[in-house]
Design a protein around this ligand. Sequence first.
Ligand code: GTP
Length: 347
Amino acid sequence: MIKKALSAIGIVPAKKLNPEQELLLIQAVLAVMAILPFAAWRFMQGQWLVGMVDLAIVVGMILLGAYGYLKGSPRLVTILLTLIYTAGMLTVVAMRGSEALFWAYPTAVACYFMVRTFEAASVSCFALVVVATLVADSVSPVVLSSFIVTYILVCLFAYLFSTKMREDRYRLEQKATIDPLTGANNRRALDDEIERIVSSVSRNHHSAALLLFDIDHFKQINDQFGHAVGDTFLKEFVRFLRPTIRKNERLFRYGGEEFVVLVEGGLEEAGYLAEQVRSLLEDSQLIPGHTVTVSIGVAELGMLESSREWMKRADDALYRAKRSGRNRVCLAEASKSWESQVLDAVE
Ligand SMILES: Nc1nc2c(ncn2[C@@H]2O[C@H](COP(=O)(O)OP(=O)(O)OP(=O)(O)O)[C@@H](O)[C@H]2O)c(=O)[nH]1
């Protein structure tokens, strides 16, 4: 909702937000709505110093929120943001005493949703000790002990709800992006990752390549050994592929018996990996007594190429591998050069 509103007034480009970015935007908007009126009121009352502190918190949260949104919310931003509003709250309590006590609660809650539990617990405990020390002389023992107990309760609830929220989110993400049979990333995750690579490669001038695997005559495996053996083979194939690829190379199940590996590097490197997998699979009997082979199409992402064009070239290469007898690796033709794309567009 916040993203739509911001896009509508042209403040931010419309793009998919991750949950951390959404939290950052929500916090920035809440900071404006909750703290800005107080800052204005302080200025009107002539309380310039406290007004400036309030304003600094708002500006800091807006700037960091915007930076986190544009940069995909790096963790450092969330830590800095937590430190800014906690330090701001402590400064206001130091200046205004018990009158500003209630700001300790939303600050503590926000901590638990923004940073890791241990970090949030450390910051909120520190804030509790400082606030209690600052107001100890100006409030009665009953008020002080009520504040301490209620603050701890609020932290406990924030801890429980934020932990539950993170667990639920992790479970949902797993369901949405992992293929339940093989445990590889699914087609949806592939689409997202390809889009991410296409935009980052054109920005950073890295090279990236896509390997499209298709098990040969898989229908025969199902027909000869049964669907259950076919399923087991698919699981074994994923287990077999994992040690062959590097940690930063991601594996996806593209369709029934089709898999994709995305690698950082050029066509030659990717072709070498594909050939390694092809020959290893030929030599390893994942179904005892039966040799299974794989055909592989490899394409390097071209300059200014879209994800669809990249995938299409890998698919065409795979088709050539199948047509020329299977159990082989085919490298895709280079994509059109930047100049010829411009000429095409002009024509
Ligand atoms: N056991 C099992 N089979 C699947 C699964 N998904 C798709 N298949 C089967 O995979 C087979 C794919 O067959 P085809 O597309 O004809 O391909 P192929 O037999 O491998 O032939 P080529 O690709 O031309 O070498 C079909 O029989 C599908 O039923 C799955 O999750 N488990």
